[in-house]
Write a protein that binds this ligand. Structure first.
Ligand SMILES: [Zn+2]
Length: 535
């Protein structure tokens, strides 16, 4: 579908050709009016590109948000700091912004994590406590490690359970290799690679059975171990790349839960299995801060002709806290802020109102954006378009029509103005299908609002940065982010200037391939307004 864009954009046919067309059609006035509008657009778009290129604020914003403030876990003091920073940064751009309260969450402040092996030799381990892990309250806990053994059934597990008392329990499988598959592919003999993969599959299946036979899920197991008097939980959630683990939340209420790098976890596991009785010393500090309010930051450039119609630039603001959430979603955040800055400077009186929505608690289920959709029916019914970006630092390479029948017409029209080097790599799918989840555009699509994901090139997002301990400033590819800020600013400008309101007509969804039942549009889900309290 995208091929059609490559033909009809920036129609730079020779003026002689155009003039002939004009005389043939006899619509000279219309022609000249159209031409001057096109010229106005293209001159304006050049100024956007120049501002983004010569006066970029991306690096400064990334540093302030990611290095100075840091990760933005829902309910943490950092999240509140980030909300306040966004409002004051917008203010410095001359843009009004506000923090809109939408709910409350368990408040928790991450402190230091120190994990050392102290027996049979000393080695500081690379690891950290998971989000909302209970604190060791200023002390360090030293204890031996223990592995969950293979057992016949949950009765056998119950009989074994007292053995965890006073011990750190290793709850993850030890990976057979710390090399990612692409590394094996490059260097291994084919038969070695195949053998490793088949052994790993067998081992993974056996580990799944081992956990299953306890009678608990990996989530409820932590509670059972805690009740039985374990000193703490040690996991290794490897993300299939060198040096990367995914860092999510703890399921314990009193004892610390820490995640350790593949290398250190494997060593501890082997030492435990071989009867060397390793001991580790864990200090995990954190503060419970009660129940705290949660916010979306909303910035606004008021429209002049149609102030009650809206374009929303959308990116979630919260993150997991294993690193600083640089590409999930620091990059989407600064893309939208930079686009707003450029628009305010060069297009301060848009026809329609342009909002930026920096949503809270996307990571726990799109909560900030769902709440916004519930709380603002007057905005929701008058949205021209939502542009959301949330899958990494890469330049945008795909846009889907989200299942809106006429999305081809307006998105096509808007994209036609994007400079060729940014537009040409973008694969478009029209009318596309409505996404059910994944990121905040889904909250709007479910309410029938034309909302679109500006989908990025991967840059190994899934394994290396998404929810990992390595999602940091240095992974940002600023040229790509700048390209996305230019794209977003121009799309917002075009959507604002468009004489027509966008159509919300939906496609008839294809039959369900399994059941044969008619396809249904995704349901609007309720925001969780009070979260994290029964974990
Ligand atoms: Zn995200």
């Amino acid at each position: 579908m995208n091929a059609s864009y490559n033909n009809n954009i920036y129609s730079t046919t020779s003026s002689a050709m155009n003039l002939r067309k004009v005389f043939i059609s006899g619509l000279a006035v219309v022609y000249f009016a159209t031409t001057s509008a096109q010229n106005k657009d293209s001159i304006f778009i050049q100024t956007i590109v120049r501002e983004a290129t010569e006066n970029s604020h991306l690096q400064k914003m990334a540093h302030e948000l990611l290095d100075v403030i840091g990760p933005r876990l829902v309910g943490s003091p950092n999240m509140q700091k980030a909300n306040d920073w966004a409002v004051s940064t917008y203010k410095s751009f001359g843009i009004t912004a506000r923090n809109e309260r939408w709910g409350e969450w368990r408040g928790w402040e991450r402190g230091i994590s120190h994990i050392d092996m102290v027996y049979p030799r000393v080695k500081s381990l690379e690891g950290m406590q998971l989000a909302w892990s209970p604190s060791t309250n200023g002390k360090a806990v030293t204890a031996e490690t223990i592995i969950i053994p293979e057992m016949a059934d949950s009765l056998a597990f119950d009989r074994w359970l007292p053995a965890v008392k006073g011990k750190f329990v290793l709850v993850s499988m030890a990976q057979p290799t710390g090399r990612p598959d692409y590394n094996w592919q490059e260097f291994a003999l084919k038969e070695s690679f195949d053998k490793m993969k088949s052994e790993r599959t067998t081992q993974t299946e056996a580990w799944r059975k081992r956990i299953g036979s306890t009678g608990f899920t990996s989530r409820t197991l932590a509670t059972a171990l805690e009740k039985a008097g374990a000193a703490g939980i040690v996991s290794c959630n490897w993300s299939a790349g060198f040096g990367v683990n995914k860092i999510f939340s703890a399921n314990t209420k009193k004892i610390p839960t820490v995640d350790i790098s593949l290398e250190d976890y494997g060593m501890l596991y082997r030492l435990t299995a071989s009867g060397n009785n390793p001991k580790i010393n864990v200090r995990a500090e954190s503060k419970e801060t009660g129940v705290v309010p949660t916010f979306n930051t909303i910035a606004e450039i008021r429209g002049t002709e149609k102030p009650d119609e809206y374009i929303i630039l959308s990116a979630h603001f919260d993150s997991w806290d294993g690193a600083t959430g640089a590409t999930d979603n620091g990059t989407g955040t600064i893309t939208m802020m930079e686009a707003m800055r450029i628009l305010k400077k060069l297009y301060p009186n848009p026809k329609r109102t342009i909002l930026a929505g920096h949503w809270g608690s996307e990571e726990q289920g799109l909560n900030g954006s769902r709440a916004f959709v519930e709380d603002h029916p007057e905005i929701i019914s008058n949205i021209q378009a939502v542009f959301n970006q949330d899958n990494g630092t890469g330049r945008v390479v795909s846009i889907s029509g989200s299942g809106f029948l006429h999305s081809y017409d307006y998105i096509g029209r808007w994209l036609s103005k994007i400079p060729g080097n940014i537009r040409e790599p973008i694969v478009t799918t029209f009318p596309g299908t409505p996404g059910g989840g994944g990121s905040d555009h889904a909250s709007f699509v479910a309410a029938g609002v034309p909302a679109f994901s500006l989908s990025s090139l991967s840059w190994s997002y899934g394994s290396y940065t998404w929810h990992t301990n390595r999602d940091t400033y240095d992974k940002i590819v600023f040229d790509d982010v700048r390209s996305n800020a230019i794209l977003t600013a121009i799309l917002a400008y075009m959507a604002s200037e468009d004489p027509a309101k966008t159509s919300r007509e939906r496609i008839v969804l294809p039959l369900n391939s399994r059941t044969g039942a008619p396809g249904t549009w995704p349901q609007q889900n309720k925001a969780t307004r009070k979260g994290g309290l029964d974990q």
